[in-house]
Design a binder for this molecule. Structure first.
Ligand code: T1G
Length: 702
């Protein structure tokens, strides 16, 4: 923290400029609200001051309440004595001058002001629902009055950040400055211009009128994605109150609805996820001064499904990217697939036709290695076999400029082995994208033993620059995400051997909050892919637990959606999974052949068999030093496997049950089912010390 005051008042002629200085994003941390109030009172008591400006120092206006303060006993100022209450009583006009972000309490303070101006790159919004709460500083009462009820409802329930030009159109801002304008100077000029305007245009004095039907319509439209959640519905109730109650009563109703949420599990989990996604970017064992290398000229090798998706990710974020394939047909097919993917987005209305053309124009199909030798980063995405990848890496090492970084999209192969065919092992790393690569936000950066800190930092930064959340993983079979997921994938099939049905397991996971059940996901990905991986693992490890039921389906050509039948059957041209009595019969027959007794399961037992198996493996990953933190594994499950965000993540969810209960259950299954349930050493230690998973101290990165 700087030793200068978190808020200061500076005089600029007859204008009092109130400046918030609470890095990194001017959140309303300790003393900030009080500081704003002191400066407001000072300026109002200074006869030489005719008007005020409120602005932020550094990179942003105010990014909202200090999220670290929630769930602590940090006291909030009482209703009626908050910054916007003082603003409402101000006899002099206040102009909010916005750059960077005016989010949550930041926009609420700006709406307490009488005027709002911003630079073109600014963003405004009330994203509280994204951390499981609602705007608790008058946002649900003032925004409907300022921008209209429909707009306010959409912004508050979605939590989206609105760019300044759009905010101007929506009536939230009074002016957007030209590019390059000096914000402070423009704000002071604006304040002088309106200094004598009376009455002062207070937002609270406006009306919030709406056709009552919009609230039920919103409830219906969010029903599927807001399952199991309370915050989005409380947001709707609060905005509804703005149209039904006088302002002060609406503020009180907002407060009630806020208090119902702020200490609930949903909010705790979403706050945890917020900070976990920031923590995952930090690499504690790399030199503090290591800087990611800038890159401008990426290339992708392999124009298959993954290669195409990776190239789209670069193009989507403004990079010109070269893409090559082993054959011209392969390249043409790849480019066709890319064009079709974009065309689907245009048809869905999530992408404009001209933007599609711009992105297609950034993807440059090239014939061969000579065309990419001057690139500075290459991502290899060829077939997932070492004997296919090694020659590609050897060739790249030969033709690429010596400084180029070579990354592989392998999802499980040994990166040290791959790097060993090159003379630049320090410039090699894994960059494991998740399918579809242009959609899934997770990028698992895999760390071979000889990779340089700069190479690792650049791979992590590359992910962020193309809209991904980068997470570091050790070089182990399946790395961190897939390795922690593998026991889940086995256990779901083992449950069938003991008497469950795919639709039963899928229902449990959908009720838990997943958009799709794991068996339906298997059918989407293709059961033959899973079979390939199992064969490789069984070949490498004689104790590998085979899955006869899954193998039987593949044997029968039931590969999933692509063959019209997998764990489910599918009608032609329809992706809806239909339970298939044939599968139930196969399950019964194979279980009988395996001599496994059938039993019935509770939903809780199914849920815990699946997720505890991965919690145990995640502990092994941490004790082997293959991940930095338990929260990194949670970020991977949130952004790689669609784990319900309002449950925080796998390890956070397990902490909700309690490390000892998790350990005891796993230990009892160890007795019942044998080695695959042997508790990891770290899990045993955590249980003995009753230390939550999120505080687990992993072994140094290895
Ligand atoms: N509180 C505490 N820390 C915050 C913070 C906040 N509101 N916002 C950011 N940080 C920290 C973050 O942890 C990171 O720290 C650093 O700032 C940079 O953030 C009453 C109740 C503003 C769009 O939900 O969405 O107001 O890791 O890496 O990618 O109604 O941060 O460096 O130590 O994310 O450029 C509502 C949350 C609060 C906005 C910038 N506000 N922040 O993104 O940087 S609730 C929010 C963001 C509220 C009122 C209610 C983003 C950002 P560190 P960053 P970025």
């Amino acid at each position: 923290m700087t030793d200068s005051p978190v808020v200061r008042l500076e005089k600029d002629g007859a204008v009092g400029v109130i400046i918030v200085n609470y890095p990194p994003v001017n959140a309303l941390g300790p003393g900030v609200a009080e500081g704003i109030i002191d400066c407001l009172n000072q300026a109002n008591n200074d006869a030489s001051i005719k008007a005020m400006v409120l602005m932020g120092d550094g990179r942003s206006f105010i990014a909202g309440a200090d999220i670290r303060g929630f769930g602590t006993n940090r006291k909030r100022l009482p209703i009626g004595e908050r910054t916007y209450d003082v603003m409402d009583q101000s006899p002099k006009p206040i102009v909010a001058a916005i750059h960077g972000f005016a989010l949550g309490g930041g926009l609420e303070n700006a709406m307490g002001c009488h005027y709002r101006i911003a630079v073109p790159s600014a963003k405004v919004g009330l994203p509280e629902v994204l951390i499981g709460i609602l705007p608790g500083g008058g946002g649900t009462q003032r925004l409907p009055r300022l921008a209209g009820v429909q707009t306010a409802l959409e912004m508050i329930v979605s939590g989206r950040h609105v760019p300044a030009p759009e905010a101007l159109k929506l009536g939230i801002l009074d002016e957007v400055l030209p590019e390059g304008a000096n914000l402070r100077a423009a704000a002071v000029a604006y304040a002088n211009k309106i200094a004598d305007v009376r009455p002062l245009p207070r937002v609270r004095d406006r009306e919030a009128k709406a056709n009552p039907g919009i609230f039920d319509a919103m409830r219906k439209s969010i029903a599927r994605r807001a399952r199991n959640q309370k915050a989005p519905y409380n947001c709707i109730l609060a905005v509804e109150a703005a149209t039904a109650l006088p302002f002060e009563d609406g503020m009180r109703r907002e407060q009630e609805l806020f208090e119902e949420l702020v200490n609930a599990d949903e909010a705790k989990a979403l706050r945890y996820a917020f900070f976990a996604e920031r923590e995952v970017a930090k690499l504690p064992d790399l030199p503090a001064d290591v800087k990611p290398r800038d890159f401008t000229d990426p290339a992708v090798i392999g124009a298959g499904t993954m290669g195409g998706g990776i190239a789209m990710s670069f193009a989507d974020f403004g990079y010109d990217v070269k893409i090559m394939d082993a054959t011209q047909e392969g390249l043409d097919r790849g480019m066709e697939r890319i064009r079709n993917n974009y065309a689907t987005s245009v048809k869905r209305g999530s992408l404009a036709q001209d933007e599609m053309e711009r992105r297609m124009a950034r993807i440059h199909p090239v014939a061969g290695y000579d065309d990419i030798k001057d690139c500075d980063v290459v991502v290899e995405a060829v077939f997932e076999r070492m004997d296919v990848k090694k020659p590609v890496f050897a060739k790249l090492d030969e033709v690429m400029n010596p400084e180029a970084l070579l990354f592989s999209n392998t999802s499980a192969l040994d990166m040290d082995d791959l790097a060993s065919v090159t003379k630049r092992p320090d410039k090699i790393a894994g960059t494991h994208f998740f399918s579809p690569a242009n959609v899934m936000k997770l990028l698992e950066v895999v760390r071979p033993s000889k990779a340089s800190p700069e190479t690792l930092a650049t791979a992590m930064a590359m992910g962020r620059r193309i809209g991904k959340i980068s997470a570091m993983a050790g070089n182990t079979d399946g790395f961190v995400a897939n390795r922690s997921r593998a026991p889940f994938n086995s256990e779901m099939v083992i449950l069938l051997e003991e008497g469950c049905l795919p639709e039963q397991v899928d229902k449990v996971m959908i009720d838990f909050g997943y958009p799709m059940g794991p068996f339906a996901v298997g059918d989407l990905a293709g059961l033959d892919i899973g079979a390939e991986g199992r064969k490789r693992r069984a070949a490498a490890n004689p104790n590998y637990r085979t899955l006869p039921i899954a193998d039987k389906l593949v044997e029968l050509g039931r590969f999933g959606q692509k063959t019209g039948a997998g764990w489910y059957r599918y009608e032609k041209g329809d992706r809806t999974p239909h339970p298939d009595p044939e599968v139930a019969a196969i399950i019964k027959q194979v279980s009988a052949e395996m001599g496994i007794a059938q039993k019935t399961f509770t939903d809780t037992e199914i849920l815990r068999r699946l997720l505890f198996s991965s919690v145990n493996e995640a502990c092994r990953i941490l004790e082997e030093g293959k991940a930095y933190r338990a929260s990194d594994i949670d970020v991977m499950w949130l952004h790689g496997f669609g784990f319900p965000r309002y449950r925080g993540g796998l390890m956070f969810w397990a902490d909700g049950i309690g490390v000892r209960d998790v350990y005891n259950q796993i230990a009892s299954w160890h007795q019942q089912y044998g080695e695959r349930w042997a508790p990891s050493a770290l899990l045993r230690r955590l249980a003995e010390a009753n230390t939550p998973f999120r505080e687990a101290k992993p072994a140094p990165f290895a």
